[in-house]
Design a protein around this ligand. Structure first.
Ligand code: C2E
Ligand code: MG
Ligand code: MG
Ligand code: MG
Length: 282
């Protein structure tokens, strides 16, 4: 009966919610220790030139392993860290890992095989506080990294606040040698005019934007249009989440510059990445 259904729905709703609250509680409770013990590590995913297949960059993606909770994916804890004032510390742990890993990668690979840039994901609160971001980037530079080897990934929902101030600051960062990428394009309220207004070097088309291109002519036109617009603005385009050769071939035909996805490689620990790069260049 309807009443029965209603009851079931309610039961499902509460149990789902309880699970979410338990998860939130577990993560919140362990986050301070996670930070203090630096339980974080980084994986690196290659970004290749679409036509030649040559490695151009890697994206640093955070991983958290806790002895009680096991592996916790970033989609589960980053927003919690943001909401509870812990993201700055997480981002500093991440930065330390990236600096150490890049040192090792540079030590073990000939310079010609090293990726040109490493992309790191910024958090919304970092963009909102320019003074803090400046301090963060000083830390990065003091640890021996050069702005010319870093891409800062931002998303459009980070660009609320004082747009004019942020635009000025992003211009300054580009002047200092950083590359700026607009991440997850096609997921938010992406207005195309955004691409013209904010100073970026690269647009990253989200997986959900790429996925339907194979079976959906309209989506293909949309991606093709974004590619043309981006190129006319002097921007490069990365397609994210490319899993099939057929998608890659379509993207190459449409003139997409760079590709990132499981088809090429999954995110890897530094040692694995070094092996992967060495094999590519054999
Ligand atoms: P993102 O920056 O858009 O990163 C791309 C995500 O897509 C990564 O998930 C990557 O593993 C996944 N991916 C790449 N290729 C494929 C594919 O072919 N198929 C599928 N199914 N997935 C693919 P991940 O590592 O779980 O990260 C999720 C999100 O968490 C990131 O999305 C980013 O927004 C955030 N994140 C990751 N690391 C950091 C970090 O150090 N700091 C901050 N603030 N956020 C981070
Ligand atoms: Mg990213
Ligand atoms: Mg992305
Ligand atoms: Mg994404």
């Amino acid at each position: 009966s309807a009443k029965q259904n209603g009851k079931n729905r309610f039961a499902r709703f509460t149990s789902g919610n309880t699970q979410k609250i338990t998860e939130l509680y577990n993560i919140l409770q362990r986050l301070p220790d996670g930070i203090a013990n630096c339980e974080f590590s980084m994986n690196y995913q290659p970004i290749i030139h679409a036509r030649t297949g040559k490695l151009v960059a890697i994206e640093a993606l955070i991983r958290w392993h806790n002895k009680d909770l096991g592996w916790i994916p970033p989609d589960k804890f980053i927003h919690i860290a943001e909401a509870h004032g812990k993201i700055t510390q997480v981002q500093y742990c991440m930065l330390n890992c990236v600096c150490q890993d890049l040192q090792e990668i540079k030590l073990k690979l000939p310079q010609t095989d090293c990726p040109i840039r490493t992309a790191i994901n910024l958090s919304g609160s970092q963009i909102a506080d320019i003074e803090h971001l400046n301090q963060y980037l000083s830390t990065l530079e003091n640890q021996g990294l050069s702005p010319t080897e870093i891409t800062l990934e931002i998303t459009e929902n980070m660009l609320v606040g004082d747009a004019k101030e942020i635009v000025e600051y992003l211009n300054e960062l580009i002047h200092r040698g950083y590359a700026i990428a607009l991440d997850d394009f096609g997921t938010g309220y992406s207005s195309l005019s955004y691409l013209a207004r904010i100073p970026i070097s690269t647009v990253k088309l989200d997986k959900s934007f790429i996925d339907p291109i194979e079976n959906n002519k309209a989506q293909m036109s949309l991606v093709s249009g974004v590619l043309q617009l981006a190129h006319s603005l002097g921007l490069k385009v990365v397609a994210e989440g490319v899993e099939h050769a057929s998608q890659r071939n379509l993207l190459i035909d449409m003139g997409c510059d760079y590709i990132q996805g499981y088809l090429i490689a999954k995110p890897m620990a530094p040692e694995e990445l070094i092996k992967w790069i060495s094999l590519q260049n054999e």
